[in-house]
Write a protein that binds this ligand. Sequence first.
Ligand SMILES: *Cc1c(COP(=O)(O)O)cnc(C)c1O
Length: 383
Amino acid sequence: MSSKYFDNAATTKVKGEVFNKMLPFFSNQYGNPSSMYTLGRSARRALEEARKKVADLINANPSEIILLGGGSEADNTALKGIAHKYKEKGNHIITTKIEHPAILNTCKSLEKEGFEITYLDVDNQGFINIEELKKAINNQTILISVMYANNEIGTIEPIEEISKIAKERSIIFHTDAVQACGNIPIDVKKLSVDLLSLSGHKLYGPKGTGALYIKEGIEIESLINGGHQEKGKRAGTENVAGFVGLGEACKLAKESINTHYKYLKKLRDYYISQIEQNIENTQLNGSREERLPGNANFSFKGVDGGAILLKLDELGISASSGSACSTGNPNPSHVLTAIGLNEEYAKSALRITFGEDNDISDVDYLVRCIGKIVYELRKDIDK
Ligand SMILES: *Cc1c(COP(=O)(O)O)cnc(C)c1O
């Protein structure tokens, strides 16, 4: 299927099968999962089936999954939940400079409560340095949180190595795997992570749904207090339709993960080679090898990324720029700054993230459009 949507890291389209699975739970299947009669029990059953499908995607046990309202909530629940539960043990947390705002701003909030946060630097491809991580650990360190893969530049962090270091020192390890889940195979048992965040709308499921994996034996303080739902770790009547959709999206993601990975990688590699062959003065941001299959982030020297974005939009093409300028913030993104791009390169970044609806002809069209736009914008500057 052909599509001009190239912003699948921002959100994805709900799959038809997912939507159809959700529908009954907006109409005749409206029971409350906590009710004991048949209607409630059938909602409970659907919820537990969904939980199993989420667990299966990452090779967790269903009892280790909390269903909640998205990736940001999962990140908040993980960081605040661990910080508050284990504060007697220490007040130090280690994370990185390139995390999603759901992590960075949660850390800022914890700093106000008296927690000390170390924000690790990354190299020019976006990797943390393992030696620096080791050095940052002290006897107050209770938690390490490093994202699985970066949402802007696609760099995949050495999660297994980090996890090993955390384990050797009995420090809890959380990873924000929102961008990785559904795009690359993940096995929490093999990785030995303690907590992992994922989000429904980044893997062709509904917005406002997500999950937090919490390894058996790890405890958290609840963020949302109220009823006994989700074992008291996330109160509130469950979003049954949403979680059914999340579960179905995870099931479909698991079934197709290898073909999906290869398909996205093929589009991405073709796009990268076409851009590099056809447009001068470009630079691929992030790692060439250890990279999300659907992510390609390029800087087009001297051209404003936001301007490219607007011109693409006029052609019906959706993409993302490297700065937060789409949200009214003119500063280059914290990620591009952290990998050491100067302002000229940081402000000229364009993030393309492919999805299952894109095909090779979409890439050809996209490259032609970007080529023309960059050429015109550079001509304007030279005048
Ligand atoms: C999108 C995203 C989030 C936030 O997820 P929501 O479901 O939109 O709250 C967190 N972390 C990363 C890396 C993301 O890409």
